[in-house]
Design a protein around this ligand. Structure first.
Ligand code: ARG
Length: 505
């Protein structure tokens, strides 16, 4: 066969990722085979010794030897057989298939990646909470349609992101739980006639349970789709933050300075500070969607059970998870190093009449007319301000507020109820109050609103939620670590047997 024809079916490139998982799977399987009396103790010991030494030279093996095989499972089994002979090494694959083996390896490898990602997500949540704490009093314009809408605080804005990320965390935990079940022992799809113990291998490998149905176990990659779908959601959220950083760092906004570590210069324009990292987070969101689309398309309409098509999903998973974790990590650094231009933000907060909603609300409270009517009245006022080119760039100080108040309550343009023509006779003091941006924000103190007291309360609650989520993450990592320790103890015990046998000879 031509070399490239042979190359076509190889999975060794992505299998580099699965090497350590495969060694673990082999160890657990051999320990169980021995415990079940399916293979003899000296055979088990010889195989386990061989796997341990292979593990010790893993870097060289992955670089030099792995590429010569069809996949990592074949490579490891072949080396074991080369080293201890087929009569002993050939027993390792008893009662299993590459189909359950690869599915188990992917789940183990993904699990490790999910731990990294969960840690990164919580790191970003922490960074956002800390930034928010610094900016409880930083007033800024809030936007809808990217047009000035109403004033808010930078803390309130950042907290919105922590909430989205908290949901991403729980989606990832669900993806984790659907990942962390063991297909091992399903063999090709019909399980095996050997008296294997699937629960034992599952617990030695840190799985929460066995993925029971043997045909389902080797056929499904839904956990991968679910994981990449969760990554996609997460990427949406951080791409929005990245996009805001890009916008806010433009000369037009000039709200923030992105840390020097996250900008680059230009090869021709000496003054440039380009937000390349944020741009790449934005771009790689597309990359992750691409992985999701590939996974969905590859898995669609595959007849049960295993098909080689499934091999093609694995590289997309690896690319998606690594891209996501790296992007979250980059965003964390960017948030931590963010320099906020408080005065610039605050100066923009009243621009474009962001107090208009509060003024309409005040009219409702003062005169008892309906909100819709008050909306019409203030809308007419906003148009006339636009027509006369009211200068929002001047400082929004008490003098300026007085000027606008006079316009609203004074004789010149006295507001009247558009429906009845009746004069509104607004109280000057309350109009002034409505135009004050800072007190405007403090009035919005209902659950979830930007008032400082409410933002502080939310922040405390989010701190607690983050601590709970961190605990969940650490417990899961700890459970896996304990299982691996147990596996390693069993491996050592069973390896010692061979030494005793050798000494007795
Ligand atoms: N490299 C393969 C994969 O990733 C391993 C399973 C091969 N199984 C088979 N029946 N050809 O799916």
């Amino acid at each position: 066969m031509l070399k490239h024809t042979e190359d076509y079916i190889l999975s060794t490139e992505v299998d580099r990722w699965l090497f350590h998982a495969d060694i673990l799977v082999d160890k657990a399987h051999v320990v169980m085979l021995k415990e079940q009396g399916i293979i003899k103790k000296d055979a088990a010991a010889a195989i386990l010794n061989c796997l341990t030494s292979l593990e010790e030279r893993s870097a060289d093996f992955i670089e030099d030897e792995l590429p010569g095989y069809e996949d990592v499972h074949t490579a490891i089994e072949s080396v074991v057989i080369q080293e201890i002979g087929e009569d002993v090494g050939g027993r390792m694959h008893t009662g299993r298939s590459r189909n359950d083996e690869v599915a188990t390896c992917i789940r183990i490898a993904l699990r490790t990646e999910l731990f990294e990602l969960l840690r990164a997500v919580n790191g970003l949540r922490r960074a956002l909470l800390e930034k928010a704490r610094e900016h409880l009093d930083t007033i800024m314009p809030g936007y809808t349609h990217l047009q000035h809408a109403q004033a808010t605080t930078f803390a309130h804005h950042l907290l919105a992101y922590t909430d989205a990320l908290a949901r991403d965390f729980s989606r990832l935990i669900i993806a984790y739980e659907h990942t962390n079940v063991s297909p091992l022992g399903a063999a090709a799809f019909a399980s095996t006639g050997f008296p294997i113990d699937r629960d034992r291998t599952a617990s030695l490998l840190g799985f929460d349970a066995v993925l029971e149905h043997s045909m389902d176990a080797v056929s499904t990659r839904d956990f991968i789709i679910e994981a990449i779908a969760s990554f996609s959601n997460l990427m949406i959220n951080i791409s929005r933050l990245a996009e805001e950083f890009i916008l806010w760092s433009t000369s037009e906004f000039d709200f923030i300075t992105i840390d020097a570590d996250y900008v680059t210069g230009s090869s021709i324009m000496p003054q440039k500070r380009n937000p390349d990292y944020a741009e790449l987070v934005r771009a790689r969101t597309g990359t992750v969607y691409g992985c999701l689309m590939s996974g969905l398309s590859i898995c669609k309409a595959l007849p049960y059970s295993y098909n080689r098509d499934l091999q093609e999903v694995t590289p997309h998973l690896l690319r998606a998870v690594r891209t996501t974790t790296a992007s979250v990590t980059v965003m964390k650094g960017m948030v931590e190093g963010l320099e906020v231009k408080l005065e610039k933000m605050e100066k923009q907060a009243p621009v474009g009449f962001t107090a208009a909603t509060e003024l309409a609300d005040t009219i409702v409270r003062e005169t008892c007319i309906s909100f819709r009517t008050a909306h019409k009245i203030v809308s007419a006022l906003a148009s006339s301000l636009r027509d006369e080119d009211w200068d929002w760039d001047r400082d929004w100080d008490s003098q300026r507020i007085d000027e606008l108040t006079l316009k609203i309550t004074g004789t010149g343009q006295k507001l009247s109820d558009t429906a009845t023509g009746r004069e509104l006779n607004l109280n000057e003091k309350s109009v002034k109050e409505a135009l004050k941006i800072a007190s405007n924000i403090q009035k919005r103190n209902v659950k979830g609103g930007p008032a400082k007291k409410e933002v502080k309360r939310m922040m405390q609650q989010r701190e607690k939620n983050l601590a709970t989520d961190e605990k969940t993450r650490l417990e899961k990592e700890e459970y896996v670590k304990k299982s691996f320790d147990l596996l390693e103890r069993e491996v050592q015990r069973k390896k010692r047997i061979v030494k005793l046998i050798k000494m007795n000879r």
